[in-house]
Design a protein. Structure first.
Length: 294
């Protein structure tokens, strides 16, 4: 049974996404805006959420112009459980359903675990983990009534292996991975797919928007580091859409990211040694650079 060009439920494997209703959190810049663009190109109707409404309206305006997209903007602080649930309710009452939820809103936190400010860490958990779970819970209720849907959780390769001075952020993504793995099994009988996307370094303002919880971790912010260059956010957007269509379980953006995660699983001690050395080296270079600027 179909309603207009919209099938009665969820996302059919390999099927077209035209007319589907997708909610994207953190949609006003970076990876979220790129995913919104890729879904708009497919003909999805979109509910875009984030806190900065000016940026949100700008992205919505651009997608309306480029793709004639039907868009609802919902100013949302995802760390507030009530707002996370209201986002799904508003989307359902506006569009009549929710086929796809992309839990993308996120932020980083830098600092050694033994020194992290716990209020900072709690806040990052509220955004990266509890916000995503609250939105999932609300969306699943709608998807169950419809007969299916797809939830996408944007994790990270560091949700697979922790990096020095990134332990707090990694912990939020490990938590998201854990909950996603269980939810994937639990939701199968409801015809709800759960896709986890694990980007590596991506060219966005992510590190500038991350919290420096501890003096001495500043070199992690704004660095254009890594053993590889970051990918364009549009690549993550396109890959995410393909994963939704295929109902994939877990997705990496580059072969390098995939190999790094395999290496981390097979040789955790070697990776830990390597990352310790690289972190010390970067910190030294950062400090020398700072001294040189004086
Ligand atoms: N960039 C990378 O290298 C990379 C790698 C792996 C994974 N990721 C993940 O990809 C996702 C997107 O990150 P990005 O790189 O695109 O970073 P970004 O450019 O900083 O974008 C973050 C997005 O999250 C939103 N956001 C932050 N706090 C929020 C809150 N409390 N409520 C609602 N929205 C909030 C921001 O909008 P407002 O500030 O206006 O609310 C913004 O739209 C994150 O989950 C991140 O962990 C990024």
């Amino acid at each position: 049974m179909t309603t207009g060009n919209r099938p009665s439920f969820g996302v059919e494997r390999g099927g077209a996404l035209a007319g589907k209703v997708a909610v994207i959190t953190g949609a006003n810049r970076g990876i979220g805006a790129a995913i919104a663009g890729a879904l708009a190109e497919e003909g999805c109707r979109l509910a875009l959420a984030a806190r900065n409404t000016e940026l949100l309206d700008k992205v919505a305006g651009q997608l309306r112009q480029d793709f004639d997209a039907d868009i609802l903007t919902v100013p949302t602080d995802i760390s507030d459980e009530g707002q996370a649930r209201a986002l799904i309710e508003k989307t359902e009452s506006h569009f009549g359903g929710v086929d796809i939820l992309v839990n993308n809103a996120g932020m980083g936190i830098y600092g050694a675990v033994d020194e992290l400010d716990l209020d900072d860490l709690r806040h990052v958990f509220e955004v990266n983990f509890f916000g995503a779970v609250a939105a999932l819970q609300a969306a699943v209720q709608v998807m169950r009534r419809q007969g299916g849907g797809t939830v996408v959780n944007i994790s990270s390769i560091v949700g697979k292996f922790p990096q020095p001075l990134g332990g707090g952020y990694s912990a939020t993504k490990f938590a998201l991975q854990g909950a996603s793995g269980a939810a994937r099994s639990e939701l199968k009988r409801d015809n709800i797919d759960l896709v986890v996307v694990c980007p590596g370094l991506t060219e966005t303002e992510f590190s500038q928007n991350s919290r420096i919880s501890v003096p001495g971790a500043e070199h992690r912010q704004g660095e254009r580091h890594s053993l590889t260059r970051g990918v364009e956010a549009s690549k993550v957007g396109r890959r995410t859409v393909t994963a939704i269509k295929r109902g994939e379980r877990e997705v990496y953006i580059t072969l390098f990211d995939r190999l790094l995660v395999w290496f981390a699983v097979l040789f955790p001690g070697v990776l830990q040694w390597l990352l310790t050395y690289v972190t010390r080296y970067r910190r030294r270079r950062f400090e020398q650079g700072e001294a040189g600027e004086d």
